[in-house]
Every structure is written in C-alpha cells, then in structure tokens.
Design a protein around this ligand. Structure first.
Ligand SMILES: NC(=O)c1ccc[n+]([C@@H]2O[C@H](COP(=O)([O-])OP(=O)(O)OC[C@H]3O[C@@H](n4cnc5c(N)ncnc54)[C@H](OP(=O)(O)O)[C@@H]3O)[C@@H](O)[C@H]2O)c1
Length: 297
C-alpha cells in the first residue's frame, strides 16, 4: 500500500489545492470491518457517477483524487465506468488503496472469466475485490459459478445490490442461502425500511452492508432546499444537509459504507466530512427522523 505522501506525488492533483481544506483536513476516513474478516472498508464510498460513465477523465480524476486523498476506498462501478475508474486508479498505483465494486455481465462462467481478464488488463492483475449483481434471480441460479470464480482466485467477494424494498425478500433468501458476502440496499431517513429486517439479517449472517440512494438520487436536496439546518445538528458535527443524511445512515451500526454519487469534488468534500466527528446517538436519530418529516410538503 502506498502512503499518503507517495500517493500525492502520483496524483499531481492540482485540482485539490483549489478546494478549500476542510476542518478534518489531515485525517483519513474511519473504517469498519468487513464482517468475518480482518479487512476494513472506509465508511464513505463513491457511487457510479455520470463523470465515470461518460469517461470524463478530467472530472473523474478530480473526484477520485479527492476521494483517495482523504482515505476513500469503495467505488461502485458498472459498464464503462469499470474501465474509466480502473485506469485512473492504476495510473496512480492506488489499486491497494481502493475496493472496486464491479458489476459483471457475463452470462456463464467462461464469459465471466473472460470479462474479469479484460478488467484485469486495466485494473491490475489481482482478484477482483467484489462482483456485484443487480439480478437477484440470476445470482441465485448461478451461485455455483461465483463460487468457482472465488476458488480460481479471480474474485474475492460476491454481492447483490438493489435500490428498493420490493427486492428485499429475494435478497434475504440469497443471504440465508450463503450466496452473498455483501448486500447493497437503499436506506435513509426517508427510505428507512431496510432497518426492519434486511439489515438485522446482515448482522446475524456476517454480511457486509453498503448503502445506496443516500440522497434519493438527488431528490433529497429538493426537499431540504431553502431550509436551515437545525442548531442541534452542530452537536454531532453536522455542517450540511448532505451530512445530515449521511450521519443518520452511518449511525446505524449494521452499515459498513455508504455510497455517495457525485461528479462535483466540492460535493464530495462535503460528503466525506460526514465520516468524521461525532455520530448521532439513538435519541438524536429519532429527532432527525422526525425533523426531516416536517420538511415534506
Ligand atoms: N445496485 C443498484 O441497483 C443501485 C441502484 C441505485 C444506486 N446504486 C449505487 O448507489 C450510488 C448512489 O445512489 P444514487 O444514484 O441514488 O445517488 P445519491 O448519492 O443518492 O444522489 C446523487 C445526487 O446527489 C447530488 N449530490 C451528491 N452529493 C451532494 C452534495 N454534497 N450536495 C448537493 N448535491 C449532492 C449529485 O449531484 P452532483 O453530481 O452535482 O454532486 C447527484 O445528483 C449510485 O451512484 C450507484 O453506485 C446502485
């Protein structure tokens, strides 16, 4: 693993100096253990942004450099983003500082092997960190193929990710059957249902939990627009509405990491800030949950 100074030499990240240094400037993101392992994941991750998908190297590099500078790790990448992000990470020799959640498309074992080899040409030779799937039924039917990829050293972890509660029952079946090491689900003050069953099951089964839709794909900012943060948000080091949502999510102990999608490095700095300082306690979480409902029109 390269250290921070070496990393900064490789990034040549001029864009970073243009950003205001946040209060937590020199710190790196806290991490949480992947259950059942001695491997840790930084608690704020990066979603699959428009900049990655469009292969906008300037914006994608700026976002990734900022993310890595502050100790970010998990990046969720599907389609062409796998190559955009993989190349930027490889150029910076930061493979060992990142954890890439790749979505595989191959329809059988041979296609997936070939796909992984193609990704390795860009991302580096090692096993893929994580293969995410969106198709719950397909993953259930092909669980044995993913076990083979692991045995062959091509893949370390398998995950299922969906952004709606209607998928939870089928996802829970995969969790009960021991098919997945990771789940990725929507969870926030305005989409709290995952806390009822699927997150407790993940804790019981030692499955890592990654959260998507922390900002309802941006709709959250429409709800809080023009509203003042309550004074008491300062008690848990919360300085923005983005942090208000992220700190609520991260203070659920089942959560390993929350994915934040942005193509704006300033927004990323804001989001990373949620990983630092005090997290809300149970009583404060209730107050946050009630408060956000007063803003719904
Ligand atoms: N597996 C699946 O089926 C699945 C489904 C949904 C999502 N996901 C994953 O989860 C990730 C996140 O979920 P999501 O797509 O619903 O996005 P999200 O993170 O809930 O919201 C993204 C939106 O919020 C804006 N934003 C981000 N940070 C901000 C800030 N600090 N201040 C103001 N605006 C901010 C972004 O705009 P800017 O770019 O302008 O910052 C963007 O419009 C996705 O990228 C994807 O990787 C997976």
């Amino acid at each position: 693993m390269i250290d921070r100074r070496e990393f900064m030499q490789h990034t040549g990240a001029a864009a970073l100096t243009a950003l205001a240094t946040p209060a937590w400037g020199a710190e790196r993101l806290p991490t949480r253990l992947i259950p059942g392992t001695d491997e840790s994941l930084p608690i704020i991750g990066l979603g699959n942004s428009r900049a990655f998908a469009a292969a906008d190297l300037s914006v994608a590099s700026s976002v990734l450099d900022t993310f890595l500078q502050y100790g970010g790790g998990y990046v969720d990448i599907s389609g062409s983003s796998r190559f955009t992000v993989g190349k930027i990470v490889a150029d910076r020799r930061a493979q060992h500082n990142t954890f890439l959640g790749n979505y595989l498309n191959g329809q059988n074992l041979d296609e997936m092997r070939a796909e992984i080899r193609k990704l390795q040409l860009v991302q580096g030779d090692g096993a893929l960190d994580l293969s995410m799937k969106r198709d719950v039924a397909d993953l259930g039917a092909r669980a044995a193929e993913f076990r083979v990829l692991k045995e062959e050293g091509l893949l370390r972890y398998v995950g299922i990710g969906r952004p709606h509660q209607r998928f939870y029952p089928a996802m829970m079946k995969l969790m009960e059957d021991g098919v997945v090491d990771f789940i990725q689900v929507n969870y926030s003050m305005l989409e709290p249902e995952a806390a009822e069953q699927i997150l407790p099951l993940a804790v019981e089964k030692n499955i890592a939990v990654v959260i998507n839709r922390p900002f309802l794909n941006g709709d959250y900012f429409g709800i809080v627009k023009g509203q003042e943060l309550p004074d008491w948000a300062a008690e848990f080091n919360c300085e923005s509405w983005a942090q208000f949502s992220l700190k609520y999510i991260l203070s659920n102990p089942a959560v390993n990491c929350v994915l934040t999608e942005t193509s704006n490095p300033k927004h990323l700095i804001d989001n990373l800030g949620a990983g630092f300082g005090v997290m809300p306690d149970a009583a404060t979480r209730q107050k946050m949950y009630a408060h956000i409902r007063t803003l719904l029109r």
